[in-house]
Design a protein around this ligand. Structure first.
Ligand SMILES: NC(=O)c1ccc[n+]([C@@H]2O[C@H](COP(=O)([O-])OP(=O)(O)OC[C@H]3O[C@@H](n4cnc5c(N)ncnc54)[C@H](OP(=O)(O)O)[C@@H]3O)[C@@H](O)[C@H]2O)c1
Length: 330
């Protein structure tokens, strides 16, 4: 089968289109014919091993390969079709259209993917293409995790910093579905796409500082790696909640102090990415409550271009890689 392989960490030039062995499903596994995979900021970070937040460089490097990547095919979020299921699998059958996350296994930048049947895998929303469905799990699962953690009440004011990213764009929609009045912060080129996601207000961070506007919020969700902790807590109302999606170590320590000694709550966490959350997202998509905007679909041959578009933040929506075998399905 064809796959995008990287044998060393580095620039987009390390990505190579190769012929590799097709995986075989064991008894408790399923073989998926991948149709589409989202190209995420995390994929770019794993490829270059250059993270916006530096503290997890060493633990992550030890986990995924100190000198070179142990898993040489990137891609954590995908959609496709079950090709075959192992003898012990009753959950899925050949032909089922699915979407999900491979978590740390990656490997979705290939034509086929083998996963344990108990993976976070759900039948694809019937009102989405494969490209759209592949762009849901990262942003949707992470945003749902944080928006539920925020315990948003109807009518509350929510500020989302970094609203034009994969996670932020879902956070806008989910907060709106919870009845919030949403202010989205990002830069000008993303205003249209963010407003289409349902944001009530937009702040262009290159021109205005939300912390100096005099406006305050019940919830601040910050996906910006180097966002200002003080600015985010300063604009919180009493009993407001500050959620850090991309925290530095100093922010984590400060969050403990904020929660212990003020009337505000600051929390950081990493989304568990659970199947029941993916089911909830599928239901919201089928009910028309949330959707996804795909910016561009690239073939395997143009993977370098896809990574550049994500890294340079030129994307206006999700970037998706279509598997070569039948790109017309995507
Ligand atoms: N906590 C968790 O569980 C978790 C899970 C998955 C991923 N992550 C981390 O989250 C990041 C990926 O999230 P994502 O895919 O949503 O990120 P993303 O797509 O990079 O989105 C970040 C957005 O913030 C904007 N931005 C940059 N600087 C800003 C500023 N000062 N003020 C306001 N907006 C600003 C960016 O646009 P411009 O750069 O064009 O301005 C971009 O639209 C990765 O770094 C990953 O490591 C965390």
């Amino acid at each position: 089968m064809k796959a995008i392989v990287y044998k060393q960490y580095g620039s987009v030039d390390v990505l190579e289109l190769k012929e590799v062995e097709k995986p075989l499903a064991k008894d408790h596994e399923i073989l998926i014919k991948v149709h589409a995979a989202e190209v995420t900021k995390t994929d770019c970070e794993m490829r270059s091993f250059d993270f916006q937040v530096k503290w997890f460089w060493l633990p992550l490097r030890l986990a995924v390969g100190l000198f070179r990547p142990q898993r040489q095919i990137l891609g954590g979020y995908f959609s496709g079709e079950v090709e075959s299921a192992g003898k012990a699998v009753s959950r899925f059958k050949a032909g089922d259209q699915v979407f999900g996350t491979t978590k740390m296994r990656a490997s979705a930048y290939g034509e086929y993917l083998c996963l344990p049947a108990r993976s976070v895998l759900v039948t694809k929303p019937r009102n989405m293409s494969f490209a759209e469905a592949a762009a849901v799990p990262l942003g949707g699962l992470n945003a749902l995790h944080f928006m539920r953690k925020a315990n948003i009440q109807r009518g509350e004011k929510v500020l989302i910093n970094g609203a034009g990213g994969s996670i932020g764009s879902f956070a806008v929609q989910i907060a709106k579905s919870m009845g919030a009045e949403v202010t989205a912060v990002d830069k000008t080129i993303k205003e249209d796409v963010i407003r289409r996601s349902g944001a009530d207000h937009f702040v262009d961070y290159t021109r205005r500082d939300f912390a100096k506007s005099g406006k305050t919020y019940d919830v601040v969700f910050d996906m910006v790696a180097n966002g200002s902790y003080s600015d985010c807590t300063k604009v919180l109302n009493p009993h407001g909640r500050y959620l850090l999606g991309n925290p530095r170590i100093s922010d984590m320590l400060r969050s403990v102090l904020t929660t212990a000694f003020t009337d505000k709550v600051a929390t950081f966490s990493f989304a568990g990415e659970q199947e029941k959350e993916l089911i909830a997202l599928k239901e919201m998509i089928e009910a028309g409550t949330i959707t996804v905007i795909v910016d561009k679909v690239y073939s395997f041959e143009h993977v370098a271009e896809a990574h550049r578009r994500v890294e340079r933040e030129q994307r206006l929506g999700a970037i998706v890689l279509a598997a070569d075998h039948d790109s017309e399905k995507v």
